[in-house]
Structure formats: C-alpha cells, structure tokens
Design a binder for this molecule. Structure first.
Ligand code: HGY
Ligand code: MN
Ligand code: MN
Length: 412
C-alpha cells in the first residue's frame, strides 16, 4: 500500500470544493436546496467524480448518491451536499470528497480489503428547504418518517411533490434502507465548525458524541392595531411578547452553561409587518441543544412554562409546534479508537471533542456503529461564507481516513 501524498490530496480536495462552490441558485450567496436544480447539478458533478474514482454510482429514492467500491459488508462514508442559506463551501461537501479521494487512492494502489465501501452524498441534512432535517440519511438508516412527505417548503411545494419532480418515487423510500446485516459501520469526516482544534493547534479530532437537538416553531397571537392611536396599556402586542420569550430562551440556555447548552432563535416574523401596525401575530423558531436529553427536555418545558406566564400577563396567546427532536448520540468507542490511532499514525495528537452541530452520523447511528473525524476550520467559523479549511489539513484528514480504512476490520 503506497503512502498517500498529503499535499496532492489537499490540492485535489481544494479543487473539488471550488468546483462545487458556484453551484448555487443565487450568484451572491450559496443557496443549494434539497431536490433543487442545484442539488441535481451538484449530484451530477459528484457522480462523475465517483465514477472516475472507480465506483459504481446509483441514486436512491431520496436522491442520495451511492458510490460503491468493492464487495462484502459495507463501510459507509458520507456527508451532505445541501447547505444552509448563505453558508460555507466545506460543511458537508468535504466529507463526500474525502470519501471519494480515499476510495480513489485505495483503488489505484490496488488495496485489497475484507469489506466494500459505499460513499454517500446526502441531499437533506440542513433542513434548509423543508422543516425536516437528516431525511436522506434517515432513509438509508430505515428511519424515514412518512409524515415528512406532506411537509411543504416556503412556496407550498410538498416534499412528495418535490421528490416526484426530481424524478424519484416516494413509494420507493422504504427500499432505500440498508439492512443492518449488510453494513459494517458509518464514518463521517466533517469540519469542526468550532474553535477547539485551532486552540489545541491540532488539525484533526475524534468526535465523542453529537448533541441532542430540539427545534420548535412558536406562534404568539395578540391584536393588530394602529401604532399611533392605541395607548400602551391597552395593547396586545405580539412582538413585544415574543421578544420577552426570546430573552427567556437565552436565559434558560445561559443558566445551563455547565451542560454546554445552547439555544438560538434564528428566525422571527411579525405579521402584518408594517411600521405603523402593532403586530397581531409573530412566529419564531427555537433551536436548543445539549448532550443530555433529559436536561434538554426540561429546558424546553421551562421555556414553555415561562412563555405561558408572559402571555397571561399580556393577554396574548401562544402555541408551540415541535418539528425536530434528535436524541444525543454517543459515537462508537471502537471506531473512535481506530480513528485516533490513524490520526496518531499521521504524527498528530487526536483531540477528543463533542459536536455541537448535528450531523448525518446521528441518523446513521440508528443503523450501525457510527463515528466522526473533525477537521480544523479557520476561526471555527461555519454556516458563513468565510468557512475555510486549509489544503494541508484536508490532505492530512483524508490521509488519516485512508489509514483508518486500511486498519479497519468489521466486527465479525
Ligand atoms: O444545524 C446543524 O447543526 C447542522 O448544521 N445541520
Ligand atoms: Mn451545517
Ligand atoms: Mn454539516
């Protein structure tokens, strides 16, 4: 087995990231939504790379690309091609590109392995189009929720209609699931999206676990009125009430700093949204995460309780609509050890760290042993066009992934 050329791998990865980057619905920012023409173009480009690397390529009922190399039990290596609105170029694509370059190296060096590799390019990790997330890895893991099919995007297009328009058959989703017996494990390489590896001055980390996530839509109802004539004491201002709730969300998360809890109100919309009208209703989202599922659920209950106190005092109404609940995931310890050994072989110190971001690995862990390797990203910046990983770090990461694969042996 010839040693991989780290410099070349890094340059290849950088060129492939750059080739994917412009595939966007808008010229000024990255917009690459699930089942969109941009998803199709990105998938076609990646499928070509997979074929060039020596893989047989197929697409499942959710549009997930599957590049297959070798026979036997499958070692799955994947990540996602979709992006958050105005996001960066590395979050997702790096993990797909790493799998492709690793297989290309193994194929070229005629490496014989007692297992095969499927490289998976998922299309819906971020949930940027539909209020679902991890749906395509969910289908691979046999955990797709049928009610997802009736979810609609901002233009009222349902998930099922978008699938059909993309040329897929929603009825074929159950057959997209891998059977546990055919799969050995799942490994995902991803940028850290945080500052720890930079602080440790190390390029690679091994993920110990992925936080649990609660996402809810909150609707606050009051009474629209004339901004000039309604006295302050007679108002039922939905936005003022929502603002008080947003501060409760922040306070509850800060009170749980010991549990590394984070909570974000990322979207808020006031209706009718005119300067001279007291908002009659407001809709906002909550995204709350921590490693303990019980503490996460208790925090949501606290927020709901305090919100009800606010609406009572202000004579408003409030409704909570949970739309995502992902349990915290502990990464497989044997795989963690093998990833750490591969990183050590690269002459680096494997940093063990939790993931505050959600990943497809969370879903694939329902199917098989799952683990992740993190790659340092500049300033820990992510979900931002300034997201960046150096070719040197990407090359080292892919070489470590190759080393992991060479050492890996499926549990018998
Ligand atoms: O939101 C997340 O953690 C991921 O980027 N989908
Ligand atoms: Mn992301
Ligand atoms: Mn991601």
């Amino acid at each position: 087995m010839s040693a991989p050329d780290i410099k070349k791998l890094g340059a290849r990865a950088e060129a492939m990231i750059a080739a994917l980057a412009p595939i966007s619905a808008e010229s000024g920012r990255l917009v690459r939504l699930f089942l969109s023409p941009e998803h199709r173009r990105a998938a076609d480009l990646v499928a070509g790379w997979m074929r060039d690397a020596g893989m047989n390529v197929s697409e499942d009922a959710l549009g997930t690309l599957r590049g297959r190399w070798g026979g036997g039990k499958r070692l799955l290596i994947g990540s996602h091609l979709d992006a958050v609105i105005d996001g960066g170029n590395y979050d997702g694509p790096l993990g797909v590109i790493a799998g492709i370059l690793a297989v290309e190296h193994l194929a070229k060096s005629e490496t014989r392995l007692p297992f095969g590799i499927d490289v998976l390019a998922f299309g819906d990790e971020e949930g940027s189009r539909f209020p679902s997330t991890l749906s395509s890895s969910g289908a691979c893991a046999g955990a797709f929720e049928q009610e997802t099919l009736s979810l609609a995007d901002r233009n009222g297009v349902t998930f099922a209609d978008a699938l059909t328009a993309y040329g897929k058959n929603p009825g074929g989703i159950p057959s997209a699931a891998y059977t546990p017996s055919e799969v050995a494990a799942y490994v995902e390489l991803h940028i850290e999206q945080g500052p720890l590896l930079e602080e440790e001055n190390e390029p690679l980390g091994v993920v110990t676990g992925i936080v649990g996530q609660s996402r809810l839509r909150v609707t606050v109802t009051g009474e629209a009125g004339h901004a000039g004539t309604v006295p302050m004491n007679l108002r039922r201002d939905a936005l003022a009430g929502a603002a008080a709730m947003v501060l409760v969300v922040e306070r509850v998360a800060k009170a749980n700093a010991a549990n590394r809890m984070v909570a974000t109100v990322g979207r808020i919309e006031a209706i009718p949204g005119a300067t001279n009208i007291i908002p009659g209703s407001v809709a906002f989202t909550i995204d709350l995460r921590t490693m303990s599922d019980s503490i996460r659920k208790a925090a949501i209950a606290t927020i709901q309780h305090e919100a009800r106190g606010i609406v009572e005092a202000r004579k408003l109404g409030v409704a909570f609509e949970p739309f995502h609940d992902a349990a915290a995931t502990i990464c497989d310890s044997a795989l963690q050890d093998m990833l750490a050994a591969a990183i050590t072989d690269m002459g680096h110190r494997p940093i063990a760290l939790p993931s505050g971001a959600g990943h497809d690995a969370q879903m694939m862990a329902k199917l098989c042993q799952a683990a992740m390797m993190f790659v340092r990203c500049r300033g820990g910046i992510s979900h931002n066009p300034a997201e960046y990983a150096s070719p040197a770090d990407m090359g080292t990461a892919i070489a470590a992934l190759i080393r992991f694969i060479e050492r890996y042996r499926p549990k018998s």
